[in-house]
Design a protein around this ligand. Sequence first.
Ligand code: ARG
Length: 458
Amino acid sequence: MTKLWAGRTEAETAKLADDFNSSISFDSRMARQDITGSMAHAAMLGAKGIITQDEADALIDGLHTILDDLSSGALHIDPAAEDIHMFVEQVLTERLGDVGKKLHTARSRNDQVALDFRMYLRDEIDELTALTKALAAVVCDKAEEYKAAIMPGYTHLQRAQPITFGHQLMAYAMMLLRDLGRLEDCRRRLNISPIGCCALAGTTYDTDRELEAGKLGFDGICLNSIDGVSDRDFAVELCAALSIEMMHLSRFAEELILWSSWEFQFIELPDAYTTGSSIMPQKKNPDMAELVRGKTGRVYGDLMGILTVLKGLPLAYNKDMQEDKEGVFDACDTAKMCLEVMAGMLPGMKAKTDRMLKAASEGFINATDFADYLVTKGLPFRSAYKISGAMVAKCIREGRTLEDLSLEEYKKASPLIEADIYEAIDLRNCVQKRVSAGGTSVQSVEKQIDTVRDVLNS
Ligand code: ARG
């Protein structure tokens, strides 16, 4: 088949070269964006008198029909076509004759592919935003359900201080809020139109780039045509934002895996999101959470992939840039799936609050509160810390807890200690007293939930 771009060459390209060169297997995803972009281009050409209004109308009608035929299945994408841009133009020309050949006036595939890619990723960002919001809403609901459920908070994976399960869950909601911010930020920088930059140097035709950009919902135009066709920062930024979001999901997934282990037994994941073992009948495996953790690796890979493709590329367009899409598509697909799975799994997650409380009662996690108690009685914190540490050591030696010690034993450690020590080290009070902003008290967690919900509803 003679290529639309066969200008100076005479011999046919090798079949192997055609296959190697082709990107239709993955860029056909951008068919809708390509056709929509072409409609705006035809309209601009007509409005500026570069082609006649009748020609513009014919092109727009023809493009509409292609879009309809593709969605109804009447038209199939030809896997032998070089890319989606060539395919659409070829079909249009087959259907309309010479008018079809006018569509590519005052543009190049270089600005066309940059346009399509931005439009496609803009739609992806909108979907990712909706899914991230949906997950954050589910996390808020769970946090509300367990806002008073006491569990040990950890540092170094050692029991540290009493917190509530709701508080721990809200930490993940905060991460998701930042993820939303990054998606929004990325969308803002992405939403600038490259169409009209043409091959690299702009065009001699009297085009109206703003008009075309406005029709396609862009906030402005790329101000330098060389940058316009060579910039893929938006794709890198999206992969980076998704890598961070996946890192969050992976940490969350890891905790779900730990908490659902027999060693912790803090939560029970819903049957619908776990699997059994083909050999060990007792097993309930957190496969979905593990896959979320595992798939994080491929999204990081996608980020490294695009950064590496772009590294050292001279300006402006180079064919290397055709390698920009698959990884970014994969990052979007993967993140969307993981967000949906997490949002599907969490509502059915049940906390074993008695196990959590028991674990909280066993690790001396009220030792800080004991020290704080002595501070309220007038001791400097460092001295109070020493006494509390010594009492913990005594309890460990004797196999007891701070709650078990008698008032006499306490008084021996410090005459400042009175009967109200028991109230001070009661786990519920330890949690409730942490009223500092962002802290673990029920009212503070309620405030966090309200704040996140306000952002999600805004
Ligand atoms: N399929 C190409 C890509 O994805 C389209 C742009 C090709 N431009 C060119 N001058 N060869 O990057």
